[in-house]
Write a protein that binds this ligand. Structure first.
Ligand code: GDP
Ligand code: IMO
Ligand code: MG
Length: 424
């Protein structure tokens, strides 16, 4: 106690890493419970930029226990390079633990991600091509290789033989792709297992014990609500549950452990990858937001699509996550825009207006955003020290977002650094 969840409330990249890093200064444990290295979380401390993909954003604090739960899919090769890169910058990873149940991303998952995207042609999802979907497919097919297996050479060799043989058949016969030399894969992954074995521990037990001991726990969401496999814009989603509820199954803790759920959103909206985006701006305002906000993917470097703040999707997030409060990042990026628009509802082709996000793409088709317009601001707000100090138009904008989302805004981000946050 207390145990806080931080979740993405839009389509990802809301600045969850920054919020976790800030809140981790008051936490003893930080836990990742789903997703994999499709995530890219940026933490900036005194000009030093850290881009984290699998390692929890609490890692910059030397005494914070950083845990990777059973619900994560872990690419050991990428994970080791992340470990090495942190260690080379003087960041210790001794307090990092990985659950033996976590699924391992194998090389065929990465190849199959690319092959199936190619097969979809124009209907591709725009995945990060990190093998995430295929790794979760194997988990639910019950043929996945887990962290425990990786760290036990005989088990690993056996599993690579059975799963790898089938994958080779699929890759060559269905996709005309390249088969793997399974002995080579076994040798390579055995080495990864040796390196990672000291990090293996039961994250469910560690989290439970930390909670019983009264420690403060932060659960770090990856991806976001609108990328949830059920409650996102299916099929343009990821293959896990980035919702607050996903934390419990992905870590192995009961729902009553959770005391607080914080949603993170940007003061506008972005999306990387394909799929619907009602408030998207394909104009010079959208370009300006991308340029000023540096909206390029942390993982893939792809330009992010940009648009106005959509209160319909954030209200959806408030509901499906049970948000207690919201952190709104990147308000500083909107400086210099004469007018700020916020989508408050959608108008259907028959002229009726809806306030809840439709459950299907078919329901979303033809929806037009209904906007409210606010006066913008020109001041540089990145050095403000308190919310009260902000220009009146900024304060009005945030107060309006709070009212439209039906959720208290407890934090406002005015720059990428740890220090650039205003608490309300
Ligand atoms: P995450 O995936 O949710 O952790 O977010 P990313 O790190 O992928 O993307 C957020 C980007 O915005 C990063 O480059 C952050 O450094 C940056 N950022 C976060 N908060 C703010 C803010 O309040 N203002 C500005 N200008 N940048 C921010
Ligand atoms: P963070 O944690 C933004 C998107 C991809 C694609 C879809 C499916 O940094 O917010 P996947 O590789 O998961 O099968 O791709 O999901 N996506 C993200 N978009 N931020 C992320 O993570 C994302 N993780 C996946 O772009 O549209
Ligand atoms: Mg990101």
């Amino acid at each position: 106690m207390p145990a806080n969840i931080v979740v993405g409330s839009q389509w990802g990249d809301e600045g969850k890493g920054k919020i976790i890093d800030i809140l981790a200064s008051r936490a003893e444990v930080v836990v990742r419970s789903q997703g994999g290295n499709n995530a890219g979380h940026t933490v900036v401390n005194n000009g030093e930029v850290y881009k984290l993909h699998l390692i929890p954003s609490g890692i910059l604090y030397p005494d914070t226990l950083c845990l990777i739960g059973a619900g994560v899919v872990l690419d050991p090769k990428d994970f080791i390079s992340e470990l090495d890169s942190l260690e080379s910058r003087g960041i210790s990873t001794k307090n990092l633990k990985i659950d033996p149940r976590a699924q391992i991303v194998m090389p065929w998952h990465i190849q199959l991600d690319g092959l199936s995207e190619k097969f979809r042609g124009n209907s591709d999802i725009g995945t990060t091509k990190r093998g995430i979907g295929p790794a979760y497919m194997d988990k639910y097919e019950r043929c996945g290789i887990r962290m425990y297996d990786l760290c036990h050479p005989e088990v690993l060799a056996e599993k690579i033989k059975s799963t790898g043989t089938l994958k080779n058949k699929i890759i060559t016969a269905v996709y005309n792709g390249d088969a793997y030399d399974l002995d080579k894969v076994t040798a390579e992954y055995t080495e990864y297992g040796k390196r990672l074995a000291p990090y293996m521990d039961d994250v469910s037990v560690l989290t439970y014990e930390a909670d019983k001991a009264g420690k403060t726990i932060m659960f770090e969401g990856a991806q976001a609500t609108l990328l949830d496999i059920d409650f996102g814009t299916y099929p343009y989603v990821t293959s896990s549950h980035p919702l607050s509820a996903g934390v419990c199954v992905g870590t192995g803790v009961g729902p009553k452990t959770i005391t607080n759920v914080i949603g993170v959103a940007k003061a506008y909206t972005t999306r990387v990858g394909k799929g619907p985006f009602p408030t998207e701006l394909n104009d010079e305002i959208g370009d300006k937001i991308r340029k000023v906000g540096g909206e390029f993917g942390t993982t893939t470097g792809r330009p992010r699509r940009t648009g106005w703040f959509d209160a319909v999707i954030v209200r959806h997030s408030v509901r499906v996550n049970g948000l207690d409060s919201l952190a709104i990042n990147k308000l500083d990026t909107l400086s210099g825009l004469e007018k700020l628009k916020v989508c408050v509802a959608y108008k259907l082709p028959d002229g009726s207006v809806i306030e809840n996000f439709p459950p299907t793409l078919e329901g979303l088709a033809g929806c037009e955003p209904v906007y409210e317009e606010f006066d913008g601001f020109n001041e540089d707000i990145s050095n403000a020290k308190s919310f009260d100090e902000l220009p009146q138009n900024c304060k009005t904008y945030i107060e309006k977002l709070e009212e439209l989302c039906g959720c208290h805004i407890s934090m406002v981000g005015i720059g990428p650094d740890r220090s650039q946050i205003l608490e309300r």
